[in-house]
Design a protein around this ligand. Structure first.
Ligand SMILES: Nc1ncnc2c1ncn2[C@@H]1O[C@H](COP(=O)(O)OP(=O)(O)O)[C@@H](O)[C@H]1O
Ligand SMILES: [Mg+2]
Length: 255
């Protein structure tokens, strides 16, 4: 049985179909990259995986059960815009990430001390131990995104959801973030869903690349139909099928 199963998923907002009949199965440890035109429902899909909202129809199952509504228990998420807490130091941000697993949402006394020690281990792993006492605003964009990923990982999620996590970074920082993410993934064996608008990034990092697109298209009323997964590429198969995507989908045309 697959780890994540999405079955006949539909999502509609105000009678407007966004996602239609999405079906996909993902094994534990797979890295799933997601591409698609802006506005086609990729972030919506991540929110459904996160159980932040419920689908109009269909179901998401994780390890055979409906996903828990509590955030941070088995899924962590990182957005393009830095999702760390600006009023907390770097170390306290990591502690806050782990504290989501606790009953009260925070640590007290000796358990707080132990959490700070674990946070320092996480910071060493993500190369931020030298700025543990600093506030996020003093860090570069790449460092803030490493912190956001470290914070999501501190709760030890089995699934990491990344919504265009490197979109705001310069090309050099992006490349070092790729190495960072690949190392983390090898280390933790976690399952990753990453939305990106960069096809090369998708094929470089993903084991599979899912293309979200509208299989039905009304030129007079583009919002009439929703999107679904129109391609599920095995990224290990070699080159990026640019030509095929260009001819068959709206993905590249939207850019
Ligand atoms: N909570 C919501 N209520 C109404 N419309 C929404 C809501 N969330 C997203 N949408 C709309 O759904 C569509 C898909 O949005 P989104 O999932 O953010 O697309 P993407 O991430 O692929 O750019 C957009 O047209 C957006 O305006
Ligand atoms: Mg989005």
């Amino acid at each position: 049985m697959s780890f994540v199963t999405v079955q006949d998923l539909f999502q509609t907002y105000d009678d407007r179909p966004i996602l239609e009949r999405v079906n996909v199965q993902v094994d534990e440890g797979e890295f799933i990259a997601i591409v698609g035109a802006s506005g086609c429902g990729k972030s919506t899909f991540l929110r459904l995986l996160l159980a932040q909202e419920y689908p109009t129809r269909g179901a998401v199952r994780i390890a055979g059960a409906a996903p828990a509504r509590e955030p941070g228990l088995d899924r962590g998420i990182v957005f393009q815009k830095y999702s760390v807490f600006p009023h907390m130091t770097v170390r306290e941000n990591i502690v806050a990430g782990e504290s989501m697993r606790t009953r009260w949402g925070r640590f007290f006394g000796s358990s707080l001390k132990a959490a700070r020690t674990r946070a320092d281990e996480t910071l060493a792993r993500i190369g931020l131990d030298h700025v543990a006492e600093n506030y996020p605003a003093t860090l570069s964009g790449g460092m803030q995104q490493r912190l956001a990923i470290g914070q999501a990982l501190a709760a030890r999620p089995r699934i990491l959801l990344l919504d265009e996590p490197f979109g705001a970074l310069d090309p050099g920082t992006r490349l070092s973030m790729h190495d960072f993410l690949q190392d983390l993934r090898t280390e933790t064996g976690m399952t990753v869903f990453m939305v990106t608008h960069d096809l090369e990034e998708a094929f470089k990092l993903g084991d599979r690349v899912l293309v979200f697109d509208k299989p039905r298209w009304d030129p007079h009323d583009p919002s009439r139909y929703g999107a679904t997964i129109t391609y599920d590429f095995d990224a290990c198969d070699g080159g990026i099928p640019f030509q095929r995507l260009k001819e068959d989908t709206h993905v590249l045309q939207a850019k």
